[in-house]
Design a protein around this ligand. Structure first.
Ligand code: MN
Ligand code: MN
Length: 319
């Protein structure tokens, strides 16, 4: 066993990088060096409620130590095969955000996302609050037919809230305004009281697919049939799509949410039916869950997302 493989054995040894992958600066990455690049976006200056998502990337780095992936991939006993074999991952560091200079932060995040997109097949972004999906999506402005699949308790499609246009309530409204190629958003997991009726009316008028958490509980297979098929999809996971009892470490938790298994199946189906062009995982606020289980669940969801994408891409599994 090589020294590198030994380093992958224990979840608690450092240095803490995403999945214990090599960490490289964005500027040093050449196209084709890695299949997957993971970038942290530690920004939570746009939350309307409880902050803390700025610590999401650091917590996910630490938690993904449990899911470090070596050359042999993950052994799956049900299929008696190894998954994610041969996938090369890199930790591309964090974006240096400019705190309260919103425009500057958005520009830096968009530039970093574009650089990562140029270097790897699947960019994965770890937030940060959900406002950051707007500058991340701006890096996909050249995709002619872009679909977004958003897992979220909230629609995040407000024209503005309290005279604020770049909060975490509005990223997808800003995105459709800025990206002519963004043809449709499918939002799954919606629930809660005190929703923005204008935002729902605008989303319905534009033909977005709006799916409640109740609909997922009633018939998951029917919801999977409402996912896009054969499209270029950007998958945006707000961890508050999950039930607050399973994942309490988030700024705006809502009861009656999705189970981990439902979210995992929706993510896997999205990857299987489409071509994933990017993934983000947002709104993990680790300090709101002192048990640490929220970060562990988020890390596991990222691991299973990578498995699903790799298999859909043709990476398959090796017995
Ligand atoms: Mn949400
Ligand atoms: Mn959200």
């Amino acid at each position: 066993m090589t020294g590198r493989a030994r380093h992958l054995e224990l979840p608690f040894t450092g240095p803490a990088t995403f999945f214990k992958a090599e960490q490289r600066s964005l500027t040093s990455l050449a196209a084709g060096d890695f299949h997957v690049g993971v970038l942290g976006v530690p920004y939570d200056f746009a939350v309307g409620f409880r902050p803390g998502a700025r610590f999401g990337p650091a917590a996910v780095r630490s938690a993904t130590g449990r899911y470090a992936v070596g050359p042999a991939g993950y052994y799956d006993f049900e299929s008696d095969a190894h998954r994610l074999v041969g996938a090369a991952l890199v930790d591309a560091g964090d974006v240096d955000v400019a705190q309260l200079e919103t425009g500057e932060s958005l520009a830096r995040v968009e530039a970093a996302a574009a650089a990562l997109r140029a270097a790897v097949e699947l960019p994965v972004f770890v937030g940060g609050d959900h406002s950051m999906s707007y500058p991340l999506l701006r890096a996909y402005g050249d995709v002619p037919r872009l679909h977004v699949v958003q897992l979220d308790a909230h629609l995040d499609y407000s024209a503005q809230r309290n005279a604020t246009r770049y909060a975490n309530s509005s990223p997808f409204r800003r995105a459709v305004e800025a990206l002519p190629g963004l043809v449709k958003i499918t939002t799954i997991g919606l629930r809660g009281v005190r929703a923005d009726s204008e935002a729902f009316a605008a989303a319905r008028a534009r033909g977005h697919e709006l799916v409640s958490a109740r609909a997922v509980r009633a018939d998951l297979a029917a919801v999977i049939e409402r996912l896009p098929r054969g499209e270029s999809v950007y998958l945006s996971v707000d961890v508050d799509a999950l039930d607050a009892a399973e994942l309490p470490g988030t700024g705006s938790p809502e009861p009656e949410g999705l189970t981990y298994g439902q979210v995992r199946d929706l993510v896997a189906a999205t990857a299987r039916r489409n071509r994933l062009v990017g993934v983000d995982l947002m709104e993990l606020a680790p300090d709101l869950d002192p048990t640490g289980r929220s970060a562990l669940l988020a890390a596991r969801l990222l691991a299973e997302t990578l498995v699903a994408w790799w298999e859909a891409r043709g990476g398959g599994s090796q017995a």
